[in-house]
Design a protein around this ligand. Structure first.
Ligand code: SAH
Length: 249
């Protein structure tokens, strides 16, 4: 029986890949994925066979991986971050039923986690994750989730904050959040986490509303007890209170 690993490779940097992900990739003779991730992995595993398709061709890529695994090969489907968070794990598990393939999901560090560490500690208490991409979720549903997350005073992580085809999504999302949240709410973003050109910034929700970002960025919206910590030695940090009884900690 063929074997199909669905592997989260983390944000990009080799050090943020898990040992298990590395072992799974070594066990594979064919690695499939979006070109950007394949290029990252090729640098340290140059001798594998690779198959990539552009964005939006995910289903074709998943079927190709299932078919090759059904032929008896050991195949890896690579996803950035974690394979089960806006990744391919669910699709592969559903498709695998049509093929005689054993699936093994290998977790990775998702952008919410790697980005949070870069900014400080914005996710110390309850948080939720919302994608602003309406390719597969209607915009009305996204708006409802934003309103309810704001009403629940969660820290909110936004994936897919904007792209060339969706230049207004982040602005619209901030406007919805501002119906409930203060304009000074502490926010942050991290771009190219673990990749060349990594950059981050802590800013207010009203500043975020007018900021141009891209799809390689993850955005963090603070809860009402999220603070900006400034120290002369370090970059400004974004920290959410854990709730210990000693005042604001
Ligand atoms: N499976 C991935 C998410 C894929 S959705 C994960 O678990 O991280 C794509 C979105 O993830 C991007 O638009 C961006 O918001 C976020 N993202 C993924 N990798 C990133 C990185 N290296 N730097 C910043 N954001 C990233």
């Amino acid at each position: 029986m063929g074997k199909l690993f669905v592997i989260g490779i983390g944000p990009g940097a080799y050090e943020q890949l898990t040992f298990r992900a590395r072992e799974a990739m070594e066990a594979c003779d064919l690695l499939c994925g979006y070109k950007v991730y394949i290029d990252i992995v090729k640098e340290y595993l140059p001798d594998k066979e690779y198959f990539s398709t552009p964005m939006r061709k995910e289903l074709e890529r998943c079927r190709y991986a299932c078919e090759r695994a059904a032929e008896g090969r050991t195949v890896g489907m690579l996803c950035s971050g974690d394979a089960g968070i806006y990744g391919m794990a669910g699709v592969i598990l559903k498709l695998a039923g049509e093929y005689d393939v054993k699936v093994d999901i290998v977790p990775g560090i998702t952008a919410a986690v790697s980005g949070a560490a870069k900014l400080g500690a914005p996710l110390m208490n309850d948080f939720c994750v919302i994608s602003l991409s309406d390719l597969m979720t209607p915009w009305g549903v996204i708006e409802k989730r934003l309103r309810e997350a704001a009403a629940g005073d969660f820290s909110i992580v936004l994936y897919n904050p904007m792209s060339v085809n969706r230049p207004e999504h982040l602005k619209k999302a901030c406007e919805i959040l501002l119906e409930e949240k203060a304009p000074e709410t502490v926010c942050g973003y991290v771009r190219n986490i673990g990749r060349e050109g990594e950059e981050s910034r802590v800013l207010t929700l009203s500043e975020l509303k007018d900021t141009a970002l891209d799809m390689f960025t993850t955005v963090f919206i603070g809860a009402s007890n999220t603070e900006r910590l400034c120290s002369p030695q370090e970059e400004t940090k974004m920290v959410t209170g854990r709730g210990y009884s000693e005042g604001r900690l």
